[in-house]
Design a protein around this ligand. Structure first.
Ligand code: SF4
Length: 379
């Protein structure tokens, strides 16, 4: 599926000089959904109406549904359903199950969802196997209630607030488990409101999210109180260029990281999914060198890294092969080690020797090439 619904400004543009202290912003790659629908329940919420206004102000028509059920997404074939769903934005109320937060180790104490689904086309997508049904992007209209509900979790750390390496973060909330915030922010305004909510909160808390987009204009100049850490998901060129359709280029993501760091945000790298592709040391070395030049000369830089190797489950493999039948992504059970999670669910990860080799290399090279960076975890 071609990412035709994205504008074409992202790829094929020469890499910007990342060493300038104030990189000029160029128009960000922005998703324009082909179909936007709003449920009646969503329109009962102020944020639902705000999102509708915002989308309409961008010249995109919003279809008001008669019922709270989303219809008209399935096509004749699985491929057609995928294409239709990926081009659809639904403004809905969050399912009640989402309002009881779940722990989300090792990234954060709690997972908070402001949306579900993503318009990009990563062939290893983490959402495959986690979400069921056609991959429609749903943004939650009951944002104000979701944010107000977080107060009950402050001070109830599950993971990060018990880790010495993360002292000072307070109770952490991860807002990108099932979506990519910067892919949707221009249509929703949800994450900016979340940044402001956390900044005004009278308790030690941190909002965090990770993204493969670079549209940070509306976050620069927002009062954030250092309470939001934005991480950019980056990868070696053979992975990002071949497997991450519809996202911003890594150069643009790193320029965005620099802009947010200049605006005083704590920032981070999510290096994921790490894959031992041919010549991986050279490719990941080049990536770390790009990171080093992106953060050069930044006073007071607060930069972390989360290192996550590629893994898949039987369910995610099946979904991904349905979405991307010609993918060249390696998902060979025979060359992997089985790791069993809670309730006996199996994940296929790299063998121990490969993991050790990768981990040793990343920890050594990050310390050497980007010494300001603190590694939060490896998995
Ligand atoms: Fe999936 Fe993340 Fe890629 Fe979106 S950006 S398609 S959520 S892996």
């Amino acid at each position: 599926v071609s990412p035709a619904s994205h504008d074409a400004s992202g790829e094929g543009v020469p890499t910007r000089d990342l060493t300038g202290l104030a990189p000029a912003a160029r128009p960000a790659r922005r998703w324009t959904p082909r179909r936007v629908v709003a449920t009646p329940a969503a329109l009962d919420h102020p944020h639902g109406r705000r999102v509708v206004d915002r989308v309409e102000a961008l010249g995109i028509e919003v279809e008001r549904l008669r019922a709270n059920r989303l219809t008209g997404v399935r096509g004749e074939t699985e491929r057609e359903t995928y294409a239709r769903a990926k081009a659809t934005l639904a403004i809905v109320v969050s399912p009640p199950s989402r309002r009881a937060l779940q722990p989300i180790a090792p990234s954060a104490d709690w997972r908070v969802d402001l949306a579900e689904g993503c318009p990009a086309h990563c062939q290893y997508c983490y959402l495959a196997g986690s979400l069921s049904g056609p991959p429609v992007t749903r943004v939650y209209a009951d944002l104000d209630d979701i944010l107000a509900g977080l107060a009950a979790y402050a001070g109830r750390g599950t993971v990060t607030s018990r880790s010495a390496a993360r002292a000072g973060e307070g109770t952490t909330f991860e807002a990108s488990c099932y979506t990519d915030p910067l892919a949707l922010e221009h249509l929703t305004g949800s994450w900016r409101r979340a940044v402001e909510h956390f900044a005004a909160w009278d308790a030690p808390v941190q909002l965090r999210w990770t993204t493969k987009y670079a549209d940070v204009d509306t976050f620069v100049g927002v009062p954030h109180a250092g309470r939001t850490r934005v991480r950019f998901s980056v990868n070696a060129a053979p992975v990002s260029e071949r497997l991450e359709g519809g996202t911003a280029t890594v150069a643009d993501r790193l320029a965005a990281l620099r802009r947010l760091a200049l605006a005083g945000y704590p920032v981070g790298l999510t290096i994921a999914p790490i894959m031992p592709v041919p010549d991986w040391r050279r490719h990941y070395g080049a990536l770390l060198d790009r990171v080093a030049s992106a953060v050069a000369g930044l006073a007071g830089l607060d930069l972390t890294a989360e290192l996550i190797t590629h893994r898949f489950t039987p369910g995610s493999k099946e979904v991904l092969l349905g979405w991307y039948p010609r993918t060249r992504l390696e998902m060979d059970e025979e060359s992997r080690r089985r790791r069993y999670g809670r309730f006996g669910a199996v994940k296929f990860v790299y063998p121990r020797e490969t993991m050790t080799e990768l981990r040793t290399w990343f920890e050594r090279e990050l310390a050497a090439r980007v010494p300001a960076c603190r590694v939060l975890y490896w998995t």
